[in-house]
Design a protein around this ligand. Structure first.
Ligand code: M6R
Length: 612
């Protein structure tokens, strides 16, 4: 979604702000802008389009100074236009604001401000904020007082930065349900909605939490509560993400780089957590709640999109090996369906890469309100979900830049396998079974590397399907969620129509669509449902459908039925999703590449969905 960057320091703000905006491009946006204090007035530059267009505009427009704020906007209220791009000014061009989130009562506030004589220049809800701050600057001695008073009237969500010519040597920031992080480095302070924009400059990061206001000056920051103005002491923590991880390292796209990083991802997600000899997992973030986990009667996994498909794989793992009843629910449904949850018997496990997804966060709050244990599997350290859940596990997948999630999905599956070991061994899993799962998990990175070495073969298979407009992805049991994920990957980056199906559902309707122009991808490793999958493949072949099989190495029988076969190394049934998803990611990537679409930033999508 939208991205925010702010800088106050000793060097020119403009290059720092542009660099930060470029690093936030992956989040998805439609316009960009910045405002910089030049010692006498604030200069504004904004444009509909890319950060490169803003940089072009800045070649013609002088924007100098060492204090500034910047933004990439993803339209919610009002079209993507230059007028609607942030920053937004007040009537006197004194106050400038950038904002992520939604002002829910913007209509009422706007009507009131218009009645009071304010003039608006955009259709956005954000512009309300600059005018409200203008209003409350009357009678205030500082910008932070005005911001704090203005926010008392705002309903909704925000991460906002404000600067003002009348109180210029500072940036005022405030947060409610939308992330903001301050990066500290000697006499410069940075602030951004995402650590990717800070890590080129510092790894010392302070996370603002909901209901807080920060005043950032050269080399310093103070945090206070928006509610009572009380001072809050918060030290910076070190984020050890490497800036090199945020570059493409020779790959054409971040998505391809992230696919190829997956063996390393499994290593990082299991490091220090897997004890193969004892057939068990140690998850430090759950240590304090292990007794509660032991007493659980049911687990509800809540997530969105790819993360929800990881949750579905987790459901199969936990039910089979931990004998724990599990239900998976997409977060946008969970929050409105009045789930029946019993304290001490139920727990809600949310899965989120960003840790900021609005629906998933709402699910955490709903579950907490019902008094049940909340757990998280989250990638972004210090994110809202990681802070609000009672306990949890970090993925340690590092930053994922491509909007299309690949390596984080892999890390989610890895953590769910670790969780299965932990809960399984607490319950009825034998030492021998635990050892077998742990050994297979430890062997997985090498197997994945073997699989990735077949990328050229997968590219050839993708080329065979380049002209197809519709695809089915079918799987059973552990690989049913992988069929859903394979279809989502293809839709998301190639804009081709794709449906993921439980293979057994084909003849209950979808089979009617199959003909020679309709590729059907079957995920059918040699597992407990192999024969059932083969019957479904025969049904598709009888309708002249084109079958691509993802099969286990050494399965020569399947080559006689399928049009194309991609082999994955043999592993334990429960871990086949971690291998089977890799060729599907590459398949989607190569189809999208042949179509020339913007793979890392698919149209209409954003990396982090912080609105409902
Ligand atoms: O940050 P989250 O994991 O909560 O995001 C959930 C979904 O928005 C996300 O997985 C989405 O489906 C991906 N773009 C898929 O590649």
């Amino acid at each position: 979604m939208c991205g925010i960057v702010g800088y106050i320091g000793t060097t020119e703000a403009r290059p720092v702000l542009l660099d930060g905006l470029r690093r936030l491009e992956y989040r998805g946006y439609d316009s960009a802008g910045l405002a910089v204090w030049d010692g006498q007035k604030i200069n504004l530059a904004k444009i509909k389009g890319r950060v490169a267009d803003l940089a072009g505009l800045l070649q013609q427009q002088s924007v100098k100074g060492t204090v500034g704020i910047a933004h990439t906007r993803w339209a919610t209220h009002g079209e993507p236009t230059t007028a609607n791009a942030h920053p937004h000014a007040d009537c006197k061009n004194n106050v400038y604001v950038v904002h992520n989130g939604i002002v829910e009562n913007y209509k009422a506030l706007k009507d009131q401000l218009i009645r009071e004589g304010h003039t608006f220049h955009s259709e956005t809800d954000t512009e309300i904020l600059s005018h409200l701050i203008e209003k409350y600057l009357t009678g205030a001695t500082t910008l932070e007082q005005a911001v704090s008073r203005a926010l008392k009237f705002v309903k909704g969500t925000y991460a906002l930065l404000a600067i003002a010519s009348s109180d210029p040597e500072k940036i005022v920031a405030a947060r409610l349900s939308s992330p903001l992080r301050i990066g500290v480095s000697a006499d410069q302070v940075f602030i951004a909605s995402d650590p990717s924009a800070l890590l080129n400059y510092t790894s010392r990061v302070v996370t603002l939490t909901d209901g807080e206001l920060a005043v950032i000056t050269r080399g310093n920051y103070t945090i206070t509560s928006l509610e009572d103005g009380g001072a809050i002491n918060r030290e910076a923590e070190t984020i050890d993400w490497n800036i090199d991880e945020i570059q493409k390292s020779g790959f054409d796209h971040f998505m391809l780089k992230e696919i190829f990083e997956q063996p390393e991802t499994v290593i990082n997600s299991t490091r220090g957590r897997l004890i193969p000899a004892e057939g068990r997992a140690v998850l430090g973030g759950l240590a304090d709640v292990e007794d509660k986990l032991r007493a659980l009667k049911r687990l509800t996994i809540v997530a969105c999109g790819t993360a929800s498909y990881a949750g579905l794989v987790g459901e199969y793992m936990l039910e089979e090996y931990a004998d724990l009843p599990v239900e998976v629910c997409v977060a946008s449904e969970f929050r409105y369906r009045k789930p029946s949850l019993i304290p001490r018997e139920d727990a809600v496990l949310v899965i989120s890469q960003s840790g900021e997804t609005a629906d998933t966060l709402a699910a955490v709050r709903e579950a907490k309100a019902k008094g049940v244990l909340t757990l998280g599997i989250v990638n972004v350290i210090g994110s809202t979900i990681s802070r609000e859940t009672d306990a949890g596990v970090y993925n340690h997948a590092g930053p994922e830049i491509s909007v299309c999630s690949t390596k984080v999905f892999m890390s989610q599956l890895t953590v769910l396998a670790l969780l299965t070991l932990l809960l399984g061994r607490q319950r009825r899993m034998s030492l021998v079974t635990g050892q077998r799962i742990a050994a297979e998990l430890a062997a997985l990175p090498a197997r994945m590397a073997e699989l990735l070495a077949q990328a050229d073969r997968i590219k050839t298979v993708a080329q065979h399907c380049q002209s197809a407009k519709n695809f089915f992805f079918c799987g059973r049991k552990y690989n049913y969620p992988i069929a859903l994920e394979g279809a989502l990957k293809l839709k998301e980056i190639s804009y081709r129509h794709a449906e993921g199906l439980a293979a057994g559902e084909l003849k209950h309707g979808p089979l009617a669509m199959v003909d020679e122009h309709f590729p059907v991808i079957f995920i059918c490793p040699k597992d407990s449902v192999y024969e059932k999958n083969i019957s479904n493949i025969q049904e598709v072949k009888a309708r002249r459908g084109r079958v691509i099989a993802i099969a286990t190495a050494g399965d020569t029988d399947i080559a006689a039925i399928a049009d194309d076969v991609i082999y994955i190394p043999k592993t334990l049934e429960m871990l086949t999703p971690l291998l089977a998803v890799v060729p599907l990611q590459l398949f989607a990537y190569y189809i999208a590449q042949s179509l020339g679409v913007d793979i890392d930033k698919p149209r209409n999508l954003a990396k982090s969905v912080t609105v409902e």
